[in-house]
Design a protein around this ligand. Structure first.
Ligand code: NDP
Length: 328
């Protein structure tokens, strides 16, 4: 197969990806597209079977008549789908990498434990030399609501349920589920499922901590707004590990200033890197992470890519395909 790598990388990342992908794809030819048009010296675009992409510049996937697969290196495909020139009818696969999923569950666990036990507050107290203990709740007294029950949401929910937190996970669900919540148990830990707008409305008032792991779609853009935040109990924690555009910043800042949200852990932002003057940087109730909740690991991700390229070559079904009409 003839493959083209198209994306926005810094020099080091580009070399790392090329090395990992070429090692995982023996027998296939992987070339690097070198500028916005997605071409490079000596690349005959008519021979390209599949592209491996990481936020490819808009328009860069045009003019590939033999294209049969767009394989994303990132789990979120919102920026990819926003390109109006994306070739129609070509399957898009996104990254589902067990190493990334495990990292996300770790971040969700760290944030939940830190909110539950007040460790962010203790860090602030240390800065001002304040010695003051907080009430210590048990994990089973701290209900957690995970928004999204896909690869990331499921892993986070399971990890937290194992830790003893009462966990509800919210998903889009089928239309017939939208009237309310359904219970679901896995072999090891039980996670309650809620679906649709009614399921969310029921789940919010009981949640001490909300963790956002939804894909960015027209339905989820701006979802975390004044209304949603006001439906939570006073002092609830918010953890956004998905996309910045799902939060209305002005609404969150107002809720933080009122104490309606006790603390927010934010990994993702409308503009990244977060601009130096943004109020989140210096807000006492905000912990900022640099979009580091779960990085794609080139070594394991390259193997995931190789499985799909081999499936394409052999005519087998492709894994982790995106439903373009749903936006994820
Ligand atoms: P999946 O596609 O596997 O899961 C998406 C989940 O969200 C599904 O449960 C889906 O419901 C639910 N969902 C989608 N739309 C709605 C809606 N309108 N209302 C309610 N539920 C909805 O995605 P992943 O778990 O793999 O990833 C989620 C997101 O995490 C990515 O899109 C990306 O933006 C972000 N991410 C962030 C990273 C970071 O480092 N910060 C790293 C990796 C990913 P249903 O089950 O009904 O389909």
């Amino acid at each position: 197969m003839n493959l083209l790598l198209v994306g926005e990388f810094d020099g080091h990342e580009e070399a790392e990806w090329l090395q990992a992908l070429r090692a995982a794809l023996p027998g296939h030819t992987l070339r690097l597209a070198q500028h916005a048009a997605g071409t490079g010296p000596g690349i005959d675009r008519s021979t390209i079977d599949a592209v491996v992409v990481a936020n490819p510049p808009p328009g860069s996937l045009q003019g590939l008549p033999g294209l049969r697969l767009i394989q994303s290196l990132w789990a979120g495909v919102d920026r990819l789908l926003a390109d109006p020139t994306l070739p129609a009818g070509v399957p898009i696969a996104r990254m589902v990498d067990p190493a990334m999923t495990a990292a996300m569950a770790e971040t969700a666990l760290w944030a939940t434990l830190s909110l539950h036990r007040g460790f962010f507050t203790y860090a602030q107290q240390q800065r001002v030399g304040q010695w003051q203990r907080r009430a210590q709740l048990r994990a089973d007294e701290v209900p957690v609501l995970v928004l999204g029950h896909g690869q990331m949401g499921r892993a986070a929910a399971q990890r937290l349920a194992h830790q003893g937190y009462p966990v509800t996970a919210w998903r889009r669900g089928a239309a017939e589920d939208s009237a309310g919540a359904v219970a679901s148990a896995s072999a090891s830990a039980s996670v309650r499922l809620a679906a649709g707008p009614a399921g969310l409305a029921q789940a919010l008032p009981g949640a001490r901590i909300v963790i956002n792991l939804l894909p960015l779609t027209p339905d989820t853009r701006g979802l975390i707004d004044a209304r949603l935040l006001a439906a939570l109990p006073h002092g609830a924690g918010l953890v956004n590990l998905a996309r910045g555009a799902q939060v209305v910043d002005a609404d969150l800042l107002a809720a933080l200033d009122r104490g309606q949200i006790g603390h927010a852990v934010l990994d993702v932002f409308h503009t990244e890197p977060l601009p130096p003057a943004h109020p989140y940087w210096r807000h006492a109730r905000v912990t900022v992470l640099p979009h580091a909740a779960a990085a794609t690991d080139a070594r394991s991700a390259a193997k995931v890519v190789a499985r799909n390229i081999d499936a394409l070559a052999a005519g087998r079904p492709l894994a982790d395909l995106v439903a373009r009409n749903a936006g994820y």
